[in-house]
Ligand binder design. Structure first.
Ligand SMILES: *Cc1c(COP(=O)(O)O)cnc(C)c1O
Length: 807
């Protein structure tokens, strides 16, 4: 309890009364008995009441306007914590802080009681969350549709350096943000057969589960609009078979309930590679069918005529996970609403848009045809009907046999499979990539033939991130400094950050921003000391690579260079080394052996380097466990250097790169994904670029690539690889990394060897720049000033005008 409670201003007093009332009447605690978690719940519920008023007002406005709504279908929403986001967007942070302080609570401490909602793997899910926030901020009526996973993404523990997967129990204490909507429920069928009925057919599924809507409000900036994130949960129609139960078969009696529950239990923890399991297809159909039924029901209820759907609904498919929407919408239009196939096809194409997130042919989703047919027999027929139409168009356009085979929705090579990307492409009026390079490569590679057939369909929408969460909320110190420098217009329009350009050389501003960065580093160091026990020097260069662990993202390149640097520092202790802290974080898919081994290697290197007195404070390595949105919000404001070092051509866009630049970190990166556009915006002199271009990567592969010769020809690289391979960092198991390193000599698909020298030189260039603090500060300001364009408000504005026809 505070000794002298500060007097509350009238606004804060109202909030305070509201919280206490909620605490008493809805949480059922009096102020003395209430635990911190009760206060947290009361805080969210009191805030939610304010949000609901805006929510209802927004909904009413949308119905009255009879305009067009945007529906964003995504199997992942990596939303993170909501309290600070909602408070800040509602403009109530100050009042809430004061109210809680008068009861002896610190808002920043209570915030930590909120679980981090990790319903996504990485960038794709976080993009969906940023988009939801920007849609509300731009006052666009929108629904996000997905699955309410009871456990979401796994929690990562690090056990003796190895990743261990634990269930994430984010719902253990309830979720005060959500509303279950029992009245919004739909039956979802699986299996069974298709029979003739009247003029058409009737699908009689063998199984059915009920999808029930659970709604979370999404508040836009300044509380302008509140949209709905509608996540589906599943329930058995017959939750308990009493006859079986009474006969003593207790487990058998609950079988249906368990089956339904399985659908919404976990998110498949694979990033950039398809899960390929029947349960995954069931999850995809479950949430897609529920969402499409909900959209069509709403439209018909308010507009009457299903044929005007495209005038009132724009449905965006986030990758191919909801691609079965093409067949599901066709099924509803033809089988339920009685449209002719051709007319239904027109309605479907005008309603749907598809966003592609990966080019790797092995990462494109496809389903064995027998599985698809068994689970979704009616959809299989519809896919065949669409396919014959598309192939007819291809013939008419004069495409050759090879092109036609590539366009087909059915892959006929070997085991027949349904190609979800081709289904999504054919059934959409817009197909977009997520960065300029990625979109070009889509046209040249995976979709080359579909692009020839439908040349107007592919377009680019470079990704963005919401500046509310990724600047305003995560870096209040920087925001205060920027406001002093350029006023607060940038809060409403990130493009206004460009006003900083005129002051990029201002030593006072540079000094202030450096002080904020240092304070953020001190705070992060304290947090990492708690998490990992490692003590960090806040004056060292904080060099950060946080993202999913994947070979194409090349954490291994960073680790090998770290070992090379470690070697050099030990051989030449007399040189003037720039003290560095190497921070790594990220989860590996549970079945991805090499990615898990890379996590172990990072931890093995950390243990050795951090305990070696001969490198003193010059080099530290930290692996931060359980990387998630909340950790990103702490780490990014404290980063000096952002590692964006994927093999060129393989990272579709990246969004981590944008968050770092917005918080004044310099990027070391390849010409890949959105790095290219970041370079164009911040200027060549304010980013450190290295490595092969996408074109050179392709040419090197064609010409015949010999990594062994490169490794053996580079003493530093060879020594580092040999040290790792021979067990210098794994004396308990000297062979642990022999295979991982051997793979570099023999194939090195991700071209670490080809890029090593250029990367190591780029790192020394970073050192040189760091040794000129004034120059570094100017470059940091130039980064902040020129990445406003990467706001998801800009991205959503482009989708709205060019794809959805809203705005
Ligand atoms: C932004 C973000 C990502 C995406 O990072 P990339 O570097 O673009 O792969 C992944 N996970 C979390 C928690 C994020 O916030």
């Amino acid at each position: 309890m505070p000794l002298v409670p500060a007097p509350l201003d009238p606004q804060a007093r109202l909030i305070d009364q509201h919280i206490v009332d909620v605490l008493n009447h809805r949480v059922g605690k009096d102020e003395r008995a209430a635990k911190p978690h009760d206060w947290f719940t009361a805080t969210v519920l009191a805030l939610r009441d304010k949000v609901i008023d805006r929510w209802m007002e927004s909904t009413r406005r949308t119905y009255e306007a009879r305009g067009k709504r945007v529906y964003y279908l995504s199997l992942e929403f990596l939303i993170g914590r909501l309290l600070r986001d909602a408070l800040s967007n509602m403009g109530l942070t100050r009042e809430m802080e004061a109210a809680l302080r008068s009861h002896g609570f610190d808002l920043a401490e209570l915030e930590k009681l909120e679980p981090d909602a990790a319903l996504g793997n990485g960038g794709l899910g976080r993009l969906a969350a940023c988009f939801m926030e920007s849609l509300a901020s731009l006052d666009i009526p929108a629904y996000g549709y997905g699955i309410r996973y009871k456990n979401g993404m796994f929690r990562q523990a690090i056990d003796d350096g190895w990743q261990r997967e634990l269930p994430e129990t984010w719902l253990a204490h309830g979720n005060p943000w959500e509303f279950e909507r029992r009245e919004s429920s739909y039956l979802i069928g699986f299996g069974g057969e298709v029979r003739p009925s009247g003029d058409g057919v009737e699908w009689q599924p063998a199984e059915r589960v009920e999808a029930i809507a659970v709604d979370t409000p999404v508040v836009g900036w300044r509380g302008k609009r509140v949209n709905t994130l509608r996540l589906w949960t599943a329930q058995a129609l017959d939750p308990i078979r009493l006859d079986a139960f009474n006969a003593g078969d207790h487990l058998g009696a609950l079988k249906e309930e368990v089956r339904a529950d399985t659908l919404v239990r976990v998110l498949y923890p694979a990033d950039s590679s398809p899960a390929g399991q029947e349960l995954r297809l069931r999850q995809e159909y479950f949430f897609t069918s529920a969402s499409i039924q909900d959209i069509v029901r709403r439209h018909v209820q308010y507009e009457g005529d299903v044929r005007t759907l495209p005038d009132h609904a724009a449905i965006q498919l986030n990758d191919t996970h909801p691609a079965v929407a093409v067949a599901e919408l066709m099924r509803l239009l033809v089988d339920v609403h009685g449209l002719e196939f051709d007319e239904a096809w027109g309605v479907t194409k005008r309603t749907l848009g598809y966003t592609n997130h990966t080019l790797l042919p092995e990462a494109l989703e496809s389903w064995p045809l027998p599985l698809f047919e068994r689970l979704l027999p009616r959809h299989m027929q519809i896919v065949y009907a669409i396919n014959s139409r598309v192939l007819r168009e291809a013939h008419k356009a004069g495409l050759d046999g090879g092109a036609i085979a590539a366009i087909s929705l059915i892959d006929e090579n070997g085991e027949r499979r349904v190609r979800m990307a081709n289904l999504a492409f054919s059934g959409s009026h817009s197909v977009n990539g997520v960065a300029a390079l990625h979109t070009d490569l889509m046209k040249q590679t995976v979709f080359a033939d579909l692009h020839r057939l439908y040349p107007d369909r592919i377009n680019n929408k470079t990704n963005g991130v919401t500046p509310r969460r990724w600047l305003q909320q995560c870096n209040p110190g920087l925001v205060a400094t920027l406001k002093d420098a350029i006023g607060d217009a940038f809060l409403d329009d990130a493009g206004k950050l460009a006003d900083l350009n005129a002051m990029a050389d201002d030593p006072v501003l540079g000094e202030r921003i450096a002080e904020v960065k240092r304070a953020n580093k001190v705070a992060l160091a304290a947090h990492l000391k708690d998490l990992t026990g490692v003590r960090l020097n806040p004056d060292a260069l904080f060099d950060v690579q946080i993202k999913r662990i994947h070979e194409y993202k090349r954490q291994l390149l960073n680790l090998i260079e770290t070992v090379a640097l470690y070697d050099q520092i030990r051989s030449h202790p007399e040189r003037d080394w720039v003290p560095r802290v190497k921070i790594f974080g990220g989860k590996a898919a549970s079945s991805y052996h090499n990615a898990k081994l890379i996590i172990k290697l990072a931890n093995d290197i950390a243990r050795r380097v951090n305990s070696d007195p001969s490198v003193g404070g010059l080099l530290k390595v930290v692996f931060v466990p359980n990387y998630n949105v909340s950790l990103a919000e702490r780490i990014i404001p404290a980063a000096d250097l952002s590692e964006q070092i994927s093999t060129a051509g393989l990272e579709a866009s990246g969004t981590g790169n944008m968050k770092f630049a917005l918080n004044g970190a310099l990027t070391i990166g390849t010409l890949d994904g959105a790095n290219i556009e970041i370079k164009d915006h911040v200027g060549d002199e304010n980013i450190v670029i290295f490595g092969l271009t996408a074109e050179e990567v392709a040419a090197t592969r064609t010409a015949g690539y010999n990594p062994r010769a490169i490794i053996e020809g580079n003493r530093e690289l060879h020594q580092a690889v040999q040290a790792i391979a021979s067990g210098v960092f794994s004396p308990d198991d000297p062979q642990r990394y022999a295979g991982l390193m051997g793979g570099l000599y023999d194939s090195d698909w991700f071209m670490l060897a080809a890029d090593f020298e250029s990367y190591a030189n780029a790192q020394r260039e970073v050192d040189r720049r760091w040794e000129n603090p004034a120059g570094w500060r100017t470059a940091a300001i130039k980064n902040i000033a020129n990445v406003g364009w990467f706001s998801s408000d800009r991205t959503i504005g482009e989708y709205a005008r060019e794809i959805w026809g809203v705005l």
